[in-house]
Design a binder for this molecule. Structure first.
Ligand code: ADP
Ligand code: MG
Length: 199
């Protein structure tokens, strides 16, 4: 079972990997965006870890809804409301249980990803974070490691795609040949599950 400590670790290790990879995320956002994705997420996840330390929510749902709120209020770019919605909706689906199973997390994350698609209007294949999140959620019931692999492969598979949503879509055909920054950071978030579980 996964308790609030697990979810806190998930957010903390994701904050650390976002810090480690910030330059790469910003570099990916340079040819097909405005070169701020790494700094956007760094600001957001720094606020997430600070808020979690200060407020210390004691349920999985509480951790994720607080984290989502922080991302929405601190990240300027499109990715803030989208990641914020992902975590808030997932947290809401987990309710106020003190512990949840991996299956419950998989179901809740599915609801979270659906909410991101509703908010942003992106479908799989549009070259967004959705291209890493959907394949990950599809296999999350198998294992966190399987989800990590699926997310990483989904991120790499955005390279030949034409962007249909977000800033990269303004480039039309010129968006082809570049890996999507948001799909790349989504893979970091999913990889954080493996790290947090010590799998
Ligand atoms: P901005 O584009 O406002 O500068 P970021 O650079 O932080 O915001 O994030 C860009 C990423 O957000 C993209 O790489 C893409 O994965 C994701 N994104 C943008 N628009 C959408 C959308 N409508 N639905 C899903 N993801 C999106
Ligand atoms: Mg950007």
């Amino acid at each position: 079972m996964l308790d609030a400590d697990f979810f806190r670790r998930w957010m903390t290790v994701t904050a650390a990997s976002v810090n480690r990879e910030a330059e790469r995320l910003t570099a990916l956002d340079s040819p097909i965006g405005d070169a701020d994705h790494g700094t956007n997420l760094q600001r957001g996840f720094t606020a997430v870890t600070a808020a979690l330390e200060k407020e210390a929510p004691d349920t999985p749902g509480g951790v994720l809804t607080l984290a989502g709120r922080q991302l929405i209020s601190t990240v300027g770019g499109a990715s803030g409301p989208l990641y914020g919605t992902l975590l808030r909706r997932t947290g809401k689906a987990l309710g106020d249980a003190a512990e949840v199973s991996a299956e419950q997390l998989a179901e809740a994350l599915r609801a979270g990803v659906d909410a991101v698609m509703t908010l942003g209007g992106a479908a799989p294949g549009d070259k967004t974070m959705i291209d890493a999140l959907v394949p990950a959620v599809d296999v999350l019931g198998d294992s966190f490691a399987a989800a990590r692999t699926a997310a990483e492969e989904g991120a790499v598979a955005t390279t030949p795609l034409l962007a249909r949503k977000g800033r990269a879509s303004y480039l039309g055909e010129r968006s082809i040949g570049h890996q999507d920054p948001g799909a790349t950071s989504a893979a970091l978030l999913v990889a954080g599950l493996v790290e947090a579980s010590g799998e």
